[in-house]
Design a protein around this ligand. Sequence first.
Ligand code: ARG
Length: 463
Amino acid sequence: MQDASNKAWSGRFAEPVSDLVKRFTASVEFDKRLAEFDIEGSLAHAQMLNKVGVLSDDDLSAISAGMAAILEEIRAGKFEWSVDLEDVHMNIERRLTDRIGDAGKRLHTGRSRNDQVATDVRLYLRAAIDTLVVLVKDLQSALIELAEKNIATAMPGFTHLQVAQPVTFGHHLLAYVEMLERDRERLIDGRKRVNRLPLGAAALAGTSYPIDRHMVASLLGFDGVCENSLDAVSDRDFAIEFCATASLIMTHLSRLSEELILWMNPRFGFIDLADRFCTGSSIMPQKKNPDIPELVRGKTGRINGNLMALLTLMKSQPLAYNKDNQEDKEPLFDTIDTLIATLRVYADMMRGVVVKPEAMRRALRQGFATATDLADYLVKRGLAFRDAHEAVAQAVRYAETARKDLAELTLVELRSFSPLIGEDIFEFLTIEGSLAARDHVGGTAPQQVKAAIARAKQRLTST
Ligand code: ARG
């Protein structure tokens, strides 16, 4: 009989799995990135086993020293990962046993890979969330910096992608700061549900050793333990929730990307992106393409796909752990990697945006953006809104034929649409007048934008 410690398959089986099956079931290629967290979790588990008297002091020191050495090997890129050992957990455990002998074999007492992997993934995701919160914040800062320089820069606000009313560019950018603020809240809130300890659930039912789960939780910085062992090893809702938040972040960035692409088109010409964020064409020498926003828009699809993958993975799984759950890692890791890369490049890109206020103003004039202001003026002089709406519609039609903006019509021309119009009308028909009139919390008046920026900055420093 072969010695079980020298082969990857156990005494339960008469033959090893075929190479095909081995490769099909192995996860080490992608779960090896959990290594540092796997070691952290094992050390906490070992300390607890020692405290409750299940593991001797000598075993604990051997395990601690062995794990420290393994961690160094991994960091130095010298660790040899083996597909024969299936996953990150078995690779590390085997290496530990090779280094320290029997003490290594005692580490897995009172534990299963089921609660082990759930713990590793939670530790990994918690660290990723902490990184992402900082990156979202930095992108918010970049947007606020740009908004600050454009508190009073007038641009057309659109509905149906048709010129609607004047807004300031700063106000427009702050809309994205708000979206990202909610995203940041979602990340921080979801972290609470990530930050619970599965270890102790063992395979599914708990363990017969006198373990102290709260001790392990506090060693690993968890807020508490997963209350139910079956739930602890089987649910991945915390990862799904994170991926949903990721989808929303990408959705918001995809919308902004779409706008950047439009604004950069010469027909708009509202902005320019720094050259380092654009690429040329191999055939058309004149081209400057907004590749970064396009890629971000495209990557949103893949992040949504990852969310669908996890939802579908979980659906119909009976309690408790099933191997299906091994498939949680690649979509989750890909989501984290994509988000980190996207947020980094995006903040940098927003800091390189060149604004072209003349083009924005030109577009405003062509779009009769102050038509609502004329209607509001008439209402304030006693006309019912519907009648005012009709009078202004006729004025716009007239101005369009005359190829003039409303503000360029003479008083006599304007009065032909309503005798209520007086000389003061021109104050209201200017872009500045229109902006300044929307002077309430959430409005686009420059002084409101200024106040909104101050509040947004305050939020960034306090959370
Ligand atoms: N590699 C596995 C995973 O990612 C670890 C848990 C395996 N547990 C088991 N009983 N096969 O889910």
